[in-house]
Design a protein around this ligand. Structure first.
Ligand SMILES: [Fe+2]
Ligand SMILES: [Fe+2]
Length: 328
């Protein structure tokens, strides 16, 4: 999903474009897909590497908050479902790393940038998952927000990214349903269980709204990405859609969205709602969220612990290549 941090240069006017850039823009305007070996502006390539890389990292780091509950799922069935969901996220990460690699960046480079803090992942995964109800809230709200972001990206201009999104979106709707299903069970349970569901909604509501990134008026970098069809909607448009979709779902559960200013606005045909606390968002992005150190620490440890396996694979590949050469 995670276009929230992607920056690109301001959009060029047609007069400022080179002939190559002009014909590139025309292809995009006609709805053609750009494929890996074709010419593309350097800014397009760089912005995409950042966006797809950040998206891939989010899928992988996003496994951690839910991985936290696999061993403590309340039933065998819930455990199997959660395991499958977390495995799906690993798969999403792999599709997306592969898509980024087609732009000429290596996976090792992407990993290095994640581990050194030079590339980000979605701020939402720096929040802790404190109770089982959080598994419901994460699936319902976080995967719900991800879908909101990703569905339009199926039409994005870069072929490999667009195709990855089509596969990913199919799985995301299962993720959201499993989260909502947990919430339904909790809300139909004991008063304590319902209170846990309400508490999870209280903690995840604003971080979920932050997933769409800063308000359009503070996000001056999206014009070029929109022109290139790397970004299909503005942050505020998507946030509004998310609120309008989620409020009736909360009502159905009998839960209260933690926003006193939330009200249906007949005139605009959508809800008015409070903005999240953007200072919190920027603090989390800067590395000062509740779980940043823990999340990054887990990823770096996994990378270091896997060194022997990567070396083994390389040694095997070298031997196989040597044998092939000797046989020729
Ligand atoms: Fe995903
Ligand atoms: Fe998901």
């Amino acid at each position: 999903m995670y276009a929230q941090l992607v920056k690109s240069e301001g959009s060029k006017s047609r007069e400022e474009m080179t002939p190559e850039e002009l014909s590139f823009q025309d292809r995009i305007d006609r709805g053609e897909k750009v494929e890996p070996k074709e010419w593309m502006p350097e800014g397009y390539r760089k912005t995409l590497i950042r966006q797809i890389g950040q998206h891939a990292h989010s899928e992988i780091v996003g496994q951690l908050p839910e991985g936290n509950w696999i061993t403590r799922a309340p039933t065998l069935e819930r455990k199997a479902i959660l395991l499958a969901k977390v495995q799906d996220e690993a798969g999403h990460g792999l599709y997306l790393y592969s898509a980024a690699e087609t732009l000429g960046v290596s996976r090792d480079e992407l990993m290095e940038k994640l581990h050194s803090g030079n590339m980000k992942y979605s701020s939402i995964f720096n929040y802790p998952t404190l109770t089982w109800a959080d598994m419901g809230a994460v699936g319902w709200l976080v995967d719900g927000a991800a879908i909101m972001n990703q569905v339009p990206l199926q039409r994005t201009s870069y072929g490999p990214y667009s195709r990855a999104m089509i596969r990913i979106c199919k799985e995301e709707s299962f993720h959201q349903r499993q989260g909502y299903d947990i919430m339904m069970k909790m809300c139909a349970g004991t008063p304590e269980q319902k209170a846990m569901a309400q508490d999870a909604l209280n903690r995840f509501w604003y971080p979920a709204l932050m997933m769409f990134g800063p308000s359009d008026k503070d996000s001056i970098h999206s014009a070029q990405s929109m022109a290139w069809k790397i970004k299909m909607n503005t942050n505020d448009e998507l946030r509004q859609k998310f609120v309008d979709q989620t409020v009736p779902q909360a009502k159905y559960l009998g839960l209260t969205v933690p926003d006193e200013n939330l009200v249906w606005n007949e005139e605009k045909g959508g809800h008015d709602f409070s903005e999240p606390d953007w200072s919190e968002f920027f603090a989390v992005i800067a590395g000062n969220g509740p779980c940043n150190a823990e999340r990054l620490g887990a990823r770096v440890k996994a990378w270091d612990d896997g060194a022997w396996f990567r070396e083994g694979l390389m040694a095997h590949a070298d031997k196989a290549a040597a044998r092939r050469i000797a046989a020729e």
